[in-house]
Design a protein around this ligand. Structure first.
Ligand code: SAH
Length: 310
């Protein structure tokens, strides 16, 4: 699979001039400032902004002494520049990983994050940042539906739920905090918490017809996402529910109606569309109880959702 590399030109190059983080000789008598400068350098090394070699060479080369006030100012400026550089780097890293998830097959996505689990943490830190700017978090919509009795879930129901592409597994956590009776099986490429099982959504470690509700909250990301819908069809009991939340712009020239047509081709009957903001939409469906296998396969109509550089 070919992945396009975005603006990674800064990686490997120092984002701040090395001189800004040099521990100068006046710091020799100022342990606090020295440890601050070393802290900055350690974090620069950690984020690959400077190399380990550069770090040690900067410690050895000491410029002439300057007055303490100037040193404090220089350290502060260096720290500000450093955190800005770190923000830029983690922003571009998030965009890169997001693009990878949207433009690769589920198999390639699994392979990449298995080999680079630390990138999964980066991805989710970036994802959490993004959610802060959203008008509504679709996951909360689903959580509220499950916690409150309503026309979709009657309060006496005890459901086996598969949260597929669960991220940090918030659905399971919130339901358990809300003393919900439901049992949640949480799956994602990498397990960030003990209650999450690492699995590819195209082959889940669940028996056929074993769950009542399958949820894909913003997780039908890969180019072969119809395979994940087929897997949901397999694990759902006849008449079981399928809830999907997606980014509206992923429909491109399609409409929610054509999305639902595609889902019908996968064996799911529409129950309700929730489309009250322009950013996300949610669809609630049922597995067609009469079908033994998905009808004809609906194909993939969702496009990649790529973030622009801010
Ligand atoms: N459902 C959560 C997280 C959404 S982010 C929420 O609404 O907050 C999308 C998640 O889908 C990511 O954690 C990503 O790793 C997961 N994902 C993408 N492709 C996957 C695959 N093939 N198998 C399992 N999880 C996948």
């Amino acid at each position: 699979m070919f992945f396009e590399l975005p603006d990674w030109k800064n990686i490997g190059k120092p984002a701040v001039p090395i001189k800004d983080v040099v521990v100068d000789s006046s710091l020799k008598n100022n342990r606090k400032s020295e440890s601050l400068a070393n802290e900055i350098k350690t974090s620069l090394v950690k984020d690959n902004i400077i190399s380990e070699k550069k770090k040690s060479s900067t410690t050895v080369k000491l410029p002439p002494p300057i007055k303490p006030t100037k040193v404090i100012k220089a350290s502060h400026e260096a720290k500000t520049k450093t955190s800005k550089a770190q923000q830029r780097l983690s922003g571009s890293r998030f965009r890169f990983l997001n693009q990878k998830l949207y433009q690769s097959t589920s198999k390639d996505a699994m392979k990449y994050f298995k080999e680079n689990p630390e990138d999964f943490v980066h991805y989710h830190n970036g994802f959490q940042e993004q959610t802060k700017a959203w008008p509504q978090n679709p996951l909360n919509f689903f959580i509220d539906l499950l916690l409150e009795g309503n026309e979709y879930i009657s309060s006496g129901d005890l459901l086996d739920i598969a949260d597929i592409g669960c991220g940090e597994g918030m659905l399971a956590r919130k339901l358990s905090e809300g003393s919900s009776p439901h049992r949640v099986h949480s799956f994602d490429l990498v397990s960030l918490h003990p209650h999450i099982t690492s699995a590819n959504m195209t082959s889940l470690p669940l028996p056929s017809e074993s769950v009542d509700l399958a949820i894909f909250s913003l997780s039908l990301m890969n180019v072969d996402h119809s395979k994940a819908l087929q897997e949901a069809f397999r694990i759902l009991r006849p008449g079981g529910r399928l809830w999907i939340a997606e980014v509206s712009s992923r429909l491109g020239d399609h409409t929610i109606k054509s999305f639902n047509e595609m889902l019908k081709g996968e064996g799911f009957e529409l129950q309700k569309v929730i489309d009250d903001n322009r950013v996300f939409f949610m669809v609630l469906l049922h597995k067609n109880a009469k079908l033994k296998r998905h009808a004809r396969g609906g194909g993939e109509i969702l496009q990649a959702c790529l973030y622009k550089k801010r």
